[in-house]
Design a protein around this ligand. Structure first.
Ligand SMILES: NC(=O)c1ccc[n+]([C@@H]2O[C@H](COP(=O)([O-])OP(=O)(O)OC[C@H]3O[C@@H](n4cnc5c(N)ncnc54)[C@H](O)[C@@H]3O)[C@@H](O)[C@H]2O)c1
Length: 313
């Protein structure tokens, strides 16, 4: 039986991960926290508390009262928002991670922290991007992700904190909207198709990035935390991959279901340059070997499922 605290629970990932954790471990065992109040449906499904994850004291008290033995740390500022306010991104991403790791060290919790394809930079090999490779990102978001990976490794090596994590690709989901990342187009394109039959994309037609459907991302987050620690060589920041998409490839697949769907392009130079610096396809063989990672959704299965759920409203 696990008792879990989730930070940033109201975001794109948390709104999927919290229900899955509650299904697996019991609703009362999972305390959802966020800096803002969540929707009444999310709150009534189980315990919820407003907690600023950058406040170590508040995180510590919430962990103690809930008697948590694991923390899923999702609170963060994402890539595009981070470029608008770099100091905020550094403050939120680093201060909250340090707070969570210190609380975990004091109270003996395991910690899941997501890294990202954004941790890589333009001089990283792009396809395939190896598990262990050159990482010199040019965004403040990426810098916090690399620093976070290293800090999680440090807390494991130095203090024995059971830190684990994956590098998520761009995540595609219905429900809670994405929080201001560079891959938001891959979610918005579905809404555009269903609601208006067209979509204006902010990156070029041939911009290839790793993407994943949210049910697979949630399985990865739970899977790495349940993995046999004796088999883990890397522990933190496993590359995980499911599909490589460009806007034109995704648009063509959507057009098979939404006749006459039109895509046009108004490129945002900031997000285009971020996307250009990220991998085209990650090598996830370490995750496959060390804890049995395997995605279930490919482009066709994801597109069908997304459109079905969005059409149901
Ligand atoms: N969504 C993706 O495509 C993706 C890809 C790679 C990595 N990630 C990582 O996964 C994690 C979660 O991402 P997401 O997409 O759910 O982000 P999101 O922006 O949708 O949600 C983040 C949540 O954190 C909350 N938050 C912000 N500041 C906070 C604070 N100080 N204290 C407590 N809560 C705070 C926000 O209110 C929000 O609900 C992040 O670390 C992100 O970098 C996401």
């Amino acid at each position: 039986m696990k008792r879990i605290l989730v930070t940033g629970a109201g975001g794109q990932i948390g709104s999927w991960l919290v229900p899955e954790l509650r299904r697996r471990y019991g609703a009362a065992s999972v305390l959802a926290t966020d800096i803002r109040t969540l929707s009444p449906e999310a709150v009534s499904a189980g315990p919820f508390q407003v907690v600023d994850a950058t406040n170590a004291k508040a995180v510590g008290q919430a962990v103690m009262r809930h008697r948590a033995d694991a923390i899923y740390h999702l609170a963060a500022i994402l890539s595009a928002v981070g470029e608008r306010d770099p100091r905020l991104a550094w403050h939120v991403n680093m201060t909250s991670l340090e707070a969570v790791l210190e609380v975990a060290r004091e109270q003996g919790c395991a910690v899941f922290t997501p890294s990202s394809i954004g941790a890589f930079g333009s001089d990283t090999p792009k396809n395939p991007t190896p598990q262990d490779t050159l990482m010199r990102p040019s965004t403040i978001y990426g810098i916090t992700k690399v620093a976070g990976e290293l800090l999680c490794d440090y807390y494991y090596e130095r203090y024995g904190v059971d830190t684990r994590g994956v590098r998520f690709p761009g995540l595609i989901s219905y429900g809670a909207p994405p929080g201001g990342g560079t891959t938001d187009w891959a979610v918005d394109i579905f809404r555009g198709a269903v609601e208006h039959g067209r979509y204006t994309c902010f990156v070029r037609a041939d911009t290839q990035l790793d993407m994943m459907y949210m049910p697979d991302a949630v399985r990865a987050a739970v899977g790495i935390m349940e993995a046999d620690p004796d088999r883990l060589v890397h522990r933190n920041a496993f590359n995980i991959a499911a599909m490589q998409l460009t806007p034109e490839r995704l648009a063509a697949k959507i057009r098979e279901h939404v006749h006459g769907f039109e895509i046009s392009y108004e490129v945002d130079p900031v997000r285009q340059s971020i996307a250009d610096s990220w991998p085209d396809g990650m090598d996830d063989s370490a995750a496959r070997e060390e804890w049995g990672w395997k995605p279930e959704y490919d482009l066709a299965a994801m597109t069908e499922d997304m459109l079905m759920h969005l059409r149901q409203g």
